[in-house]
Design a protein around this ligand. Sequence first.
Ligand code: IPE
Ligand code: IPE
Ligand code: MG
Length: 254
Amino acid sequence: MLGKLKMWKDKSKEFTKEDIMRGQIPNHIAIIMDGNGRWAKKRALPRSAGHHEGMKVVRKVTKLANDLGVKTLTVYAFSTENWKRPKLEVEYLMKLPEEFLGTFLPELIEENVQVRTMGDKSALPKHTLNAVENAMNETRNNDGLILNFALNYGSRAEILGAVKQLANDYKNGTVDLDCLNEDGFSTYLMTRNLADPDLLIRTSGEIRLSNFMLWQLAYTEFWFTDVLWPDFKDQHLLEAIKVYQQRGRRYGGV
Ligand code: IPE
Ligand code: IPE
Ligand code: MG
């Protein structure tokens, strides 16, 4: 009886796509997909099982975001710090893009999604790089949702890289420091063709950025949830957007 009661859900508290689409849809949503390992541990499964399950959630979230009219979805798939993990886990994570794209690329093409990546590609294994480059190529003429994978991405490395490139341009005389403003500096970042995120979601109860988009998140609205990434459902994305719609963004004004 108690089990049944616990399972009972108040549907009137659930959001529908239509409810959410009546309000402002964030242009760019960024997600720190966290908690795969803990999801697996709870089930006495290897961490890789959590990553595999998490991969399927990316597909669902992409579809819903696209349906809602979100323009860009950036997902943190592998950080520059994640190389510290056991070799086997890193190897598994580096195989996931191939598996994800191998399975879902036709669907992404069908749904007019453009695949992009940001991060240091030079350290990626060849098979990982091939998979993402092929997907970017195959979807380059699409003009729907941009699905941006942060892969071997770290914001400090990104900013440092930008500063080095800028210093180089200064040396070559191709940049005038007196004219350089924030928009100009942004063009040196890996997000040069993307708007800043409007909404950041992090799952698994961790309340930190873990080196994610430090520059770009300056005025982003944050939404944290205890839900582990493999358990993340459409309803959670709708809830996050609902909360976003109720926030007053002031950018320092009144
Ligand atoms: C997020 O899940 C996926 C990556 C960081 C690649 P984790 O693997 O960090 O899962 P937890 O945080 O250990 O539960
Ligand atoms: C952030 O999660 C990186 C990704 C989701 C890819 P982590 O699990 O690596 O972050 P920390 O170690 O808890 O800060
Ligand atoms: Mg984690």
